[in-house]
Write a protein that binds this ligand. Structure first.
Ligand code: SF4
Length: 237
């Protein structure tokens, strides 16, 4: 798609419900659409919509081997409830193999490198089979996501990126969860608004940003999947 076509598609879908963006993606790129979910509430909302609309989307999750048990249980529950398969995409090295190659707890020393090995490289390999990918990002999640279009070019992977919830707020997402009784991660109720790998996710304190519990010891806010790494020195304690 040309930049002008992408901009036009994004503008036309800006005020439409997320189902419209999902339908547009599968019609525009038949058989070539992937959706990577980490089972946040936004991802669960999109997964329910994909299943309900019976859309031909290849749904997968980056199974880093370091997910919370609650996340793995939610993964299975979503598959059971909606009758869909969510493929687990593993890194080339197990956690034990990575420890042998890189030393223990790489995430404590070099989280960008660890995310690259366990998330970005596996995702990049998956992307070769797609023309477009769907994400669950919202603009108000981080400054890096503030200008996300509903449809945009993704130069990182050479694909079209579709963000059906770009314009939604967290309240809208949770209203949809309630309305459709969509399963979500029980950790959200224990102070974890944003959940990634267990070693890099902590509960947030009152008044903190929702993603403050991700890579708490580092000035890092993204895995590298949706933008540049934020590779900076550790935060001052
Ligand atoms: S979130 Fe943490 S454990 Fe998971 S891949 Fe990134 S650095 Fe490694």
């Amino acid at each position: 798609m040309s930049p002008a076509d992408i901009a036009a598609a994004s503008a036309s879908l800006e005020r439409e419900p997320p189902e419209e963006a999902l339908r547009w993606a599968v019609q525009r790129f038949p058989g070539r659409v992937g959706f990577a979910t980490a089972f946040g509430p936004e991802g669960c909302v999109l997964l329910e919509a994909i299943a309900r609309e019976q859309l031909a989307v290849d749904v997968f999750t980056l199974d880093t081997g370091l997910l919370f048990p609650e996340t793995v249980e939610l993964w299975r529950e979503l598959e059971r409830r909606y009758g869909i398969r969510v493929r687990g995409v593993q890194p080339s090295l197990t956690v034990a193999e990575q420890e042998l190659a890189q030393g223990p707890s790489l995430w404590q020393r070099a989280p960008d490198q660890c995310c690259d090995l366990r998330k970005v490289q596996p995702l990049r390999a998956e992307m070769l089979q797609f023309d477009a990918w769907i994400t669950a990002i919202r603009r108000d999640q981080t400054p890096e996501r503030a200008r996300a279009g509903v449809v945009e070019a993704d130069p990182k992977f050479g694909l079209v990126k579709v963000n059906p919830l770009a314009a939604w707020t967290s309240d809208q997402v949770w209203a949809r969860v309630q309305e459709r009784d969509i399963p979500t991660n029980p950790l959200h109720g224990r102070g974890y608004p944003s959940i990634g790998c267990a070693p890099c996710t902590s509960a947030v304190r009152p008044g903190e940003e929702p993603r403050a519990g991700r890579w708490r010891a580092f000035a890092k806010t993204e895995c590298g999947l949706h933008g540049r790494f934020t590779s900076k020195p550790p935060k001052e304690s």
